[in-house]
Design a protein around this ligand. Structure first.
Ligand code: SDX
Length: 431
């Protein structure tokens, strides 16, 4: 825990409390209210946790006003430009960039865990073909605890390590198989001679009838998308994983809970919702109509891919994603993609509109990712599974950090109760 030389004075009726203030290495000071109810007899009230630090962490730091994102101190634009996903996974999991030997060993361990237990394919076959791949992923990842019993004891550091590697390694296979199953094509097994991103693309797009060559520019773009989604502080799905793990649930159950939370259109489901919105807008001349709808308080419509709970400036990931979108679409010869044109015009129009400027609504990570993924051949239903695949390392890193804390308690928020006070039961004949 950081130092607590400063205190905050809180007067409650005739009580005056001195609450310790923690000074972090970056970000705002934190008032420690752990004794508030015991000493002051009151709760705090913060639905949505807009002003609440739920944990101490050393993994990821975000400055929403600057539009800054650091993983173990390294800025996301440097990692996206100079590193690659498995090296970022090592950094998130272990706290430092690996040596060449450490990286080779880590990549070898991940590569050799990419296959699924053969029985699991029958689990996939229990779903309807038209099941959303996220439904399949929630089910299959939760079911991993039924296939990998030897890595469910969270008290055993070795089993925690094995579960971490298994989840990072197997998520591309699970996501690819969910896709293949949904289009009625045979499962494609991972290959140990391919890098992580190339393996995923091949498992998604190869068919037994012919050889499949991975385009190195597409696999680089895929790897960069994985890196940009790897971790993001205490977002909704990561907080879900932390709360689930605080009860001692096994790692596969905790990650399945995170996948379920990520699915929502306000969170990881926004990339699918954003592309569907861009398609609904269709042409540049309809942008003003949708901008007005987004500003209309009586219209539930929101610009998907815009706004963020924390970023009140550009999401730094969106900047890198925009560069990738230009590169990928130029490579594929679809730089005149109408959806991309609408996206670029919509971004310019929204950023020029006082409503979005006043409310500090900028494009977020989901705004451009869908355009790249669609250009690469993925259906919109696969956008959030790819987000879940990428975020697994963030969830696992935060999970490991939490269950390694000797002071871990089960998460148990209280409430502001405004329901009925005590009253006696009335028999039905007397009502
Ligand atoms: C992710 O938390 C993370 O880190 C998440 C994530 C990660 O990596 O894990 O970054 C991934 O989830 C990115 C966000 C993806 N979601 C979307 O793109 C969906 C569209 N965005 C909105 O639903 C919204 O912006 C949220 C959910 C992202 C944030 O919601 P908040 O915190 O409630 O937004 P806010 O309080 O900052 O809103 C301020 C005002 C409000 O209006 P008023 O009540 O003040 O009048 O801006 C309005 C909002 O109604 N507003 C929008 C808007 N987002 C907020 N108006 C139009 N379009 C939008 N997109």
């Amino acid at each position: 825990m950081s130092d607590t030389k400063k205190t905050a004075t809180l007067s409650i009726g005739d009580k005056t409390l001195e609450l310790p203030i923690h000074t972090p290495t970056a970000g705002p000071d934190v008032i420690d209210i752990r004794r508030l109810y015991a000493d002051g007899g009151v709760f705090t009230y913060d639905p949505g946790f807009t002003s609440t630090a739920a944990c101490e962490s050393t993994i990821t730091f975000i400055d929403g006003d600057k539009g800054e994102l650091l993983h173990r101190g390294y800025p996301i634009d440097q990692l996206a430009g100079k590193s690659h996903f498995l090296e970022v996974c090592y950094l998130l999991l272990y706290g430092e960039l690996p040596s060449a030997a450490q990286l080779e060993d880590f990549e070898s361990r991940v590569t050799n865990h990419t296959m699924l237990h053969e029985q699991m394919q029958y689990f996939f076959r229990g779903f309807r073909r038209d099941a959303h791949p996220m439904a399949t992923m929630v089910g299959v990842v939760g079911a991993m605890s039924a296939f990998y019993h030897d890595s469910t004891d969270i008290a055993d550091p070795w089993q925690r390590e094995v579960a971490s590697i298994r989840l990072i390694a197997k998520m591309p296979t699970i996501a690819a198989w969910a896709y293949k199953y949904s289009i009625g094509q045979p499962f494609v097994y991972p290959r140990n001679d391919l890098d992580y991103a190339s393996n995923f693309l091949r498992m998604c797009f190869a068919v037994p009838a012919e050889d499949y060559e991975v385009n190195p520019i597409l696999s680089r773009a895929m790897d960069r998308i994985f890196t940009l989604h790897a971790d993001h502080e205490q977002n909704a799905s990561t907080s879900t994983v932390r709360l689930a793990s605080s009860s001692g649930a096994n790692p596969f159950a905790c990650i399945a809970a995170g996948i379920a939370c990520l699915w929502g259109p306000a969170h990881g489901g926004a990339n699918q919702a954003c592309l569907e919105m861009l398609r609904e807008i269709g042409t540049v001349d309809r942008i003003p109509e949708f901008i007005e709808r987004a500003k209309d308080k009586n219209d539930p419509f929101r610009l998907m891919g815009f706004g963020h709970r924390v970023y009140k400036n550009f999401d730094p990931r969106a900047k890198v994603m925009k560069q990738s979108a230009d590169e990928v679409l130029e490579l594929l010869g679809v730089e005149n993609n109408p959806t991309l044109q609408v996206a670029k015009e919509l971004e310019a129009a929204a950023l020029a509109d006082p409503y979005f400027a006043e409310k500090k609504l900028f494009p977020n990570v989901d705004f451009y990712s869908g355009i790249i993924l669609e250009a690469m051949g993925f259906p919109t239903e696969m956008f959030t599974p790819i987000f879940a695949l990428s975020r697994t390392v963030g969830w696992i890193s935060q999970w490991k950090e939490q269950i390694s804390d000797p002071g871990l308690k089960i998460g148990r928020p209280r409430q502001l109760y405004t329901g009925e006070t005590l009253r006696d039961y009335v028999n039905v004949e007397d009502r």
